[in-house]
Design a binder for this molecule. Structure first.
Ligand code: PXL
Length: 285
């Protein structure tokens, strides 16, 4: 071997040192219209400089006007996909989105627990935000019992925080109470998203359980009808920054900044007859 090509680490001119990707796995539903679910997650993860992995838990039939139907995948198929990923290249961070029923939720939780998951963002999607396809009570219970204790960060919106806690979550006080109650599941950080609040300001509340304190994030509302996939995009962005090892509060700030730009730029385009998507690649084009 020609040792002139070799350096002290054994790398050669033909094989220079290689960087490792920051990898983010999304376990969620497929949205063929591309604005939400797995598709939004992969765009977000890529736009933020990470490498996206994906396990589809449910296939939805939908367009920009709403979800028509959902086809859950067999729990064993979900588990097998997760197992092969972990056997080859375990992700640096994980996010979960729409998981359609208690069996899928349990198998995801069992598999993640078995591997000792990296930072895990759980977006507790309780059914598509539009349409009558809300998750069953069994699924909600499975999420609280099996998935939340594994999570690093939960990201409920107001209706989700209300259903998950049984509290009336319609203002800052309710958001704070719900966040504390959800943290009792064992999840250290809870971000209650106030996008559904009235008024021209958006308020998100982050509860830091280990320090028993709140951080408030406020910004002006961005007026746009292209809001499809907002929650998916935020949780994927959070997982991407966690994959890079940033502290949680900084992850929330940066993920919100990315989301706001994607909302603002997405408002300049039109797609379909309903609520269009965000512009995930606004930093590129
Ligand atoms: O925004 C929640 C959500 C998550 N995942 C999928 C969805 C939706 C809402 O429509 O379709 C696949």
């Amino acid at each position: 071997m020609d040792s002139s090509c070799e350096n002290s680490t054994g790398d050669t001119a033909d094989h220079p040192p290689r960087d490792a990707y920051h990898t983010v796995l999304t376990i969620a539903g497929s949205d063929p219209s591309g604005g939400a679910g797995i598709q939004a997650d992969l765009k977000t993860i890529g736009a933020l400089g990470c490498y996206g992995l994906s396990v589809i838990a449910v296939v939805t039939v939908q367009d920009t006007r709403g979800v028509r139907s959902m086809y859950p995948l067999a729990p064993s198929l979900i588990r097998d996909q997760l197992e092969v990923l972990w056997s080859d290249a375990p992700p640096d961070a994980v996010k979960t989105g729409l998981l359609p029923g208690p069996e899928q939720i349990e198998i995801v939780a069992d598999t993640l627990r078995g591997h000792g998951p990296p930072p895990l963002v759980v977006d507790p999607v309780l059914g598509p935000s539009r349409g009558p396809l809300a998750l069953s009570e069994d699924a909600v219970e499975a999420m609280k019992r099996h998935l939340f204790p594994l999570a690093t960060l939960l990201t409920p919106n107001l209706p989700e925080a209300s259903r998950l806690t049984g509290l009336k979550v319609i203002d800052r006080q309710g958001m704070a109470a719900a966040a504390k109650k959800l943290a009792e599941s064992g999840c250290p950080y809870v971000l209650v998203k106030g996008g559904h609040l009235e008024g021209d300001h958006c308020l998100d509340l982050l509860y830091l359980g280990p320090e028993d304190r709140f951080v408030t994030f406020e910004a002006e509302r961005i007026p746009t009808v292209n809001t499809h996939g907002t929650g998916c995009t935020l949780s994927a962005a959070l997982a991407s920054f966690l994959a890079k090892g940033l502290p949680t509060v900084e992850c929330v700030g940066r993920a919100r900044d990315y989301l706001r730009e994607a909302l603002r730029e997405g408002g300049r385009y039109t797609l379909g007859k309903g609520n269009g998507p965000l512009h995930h690649f606004h930093r590129w084009w």
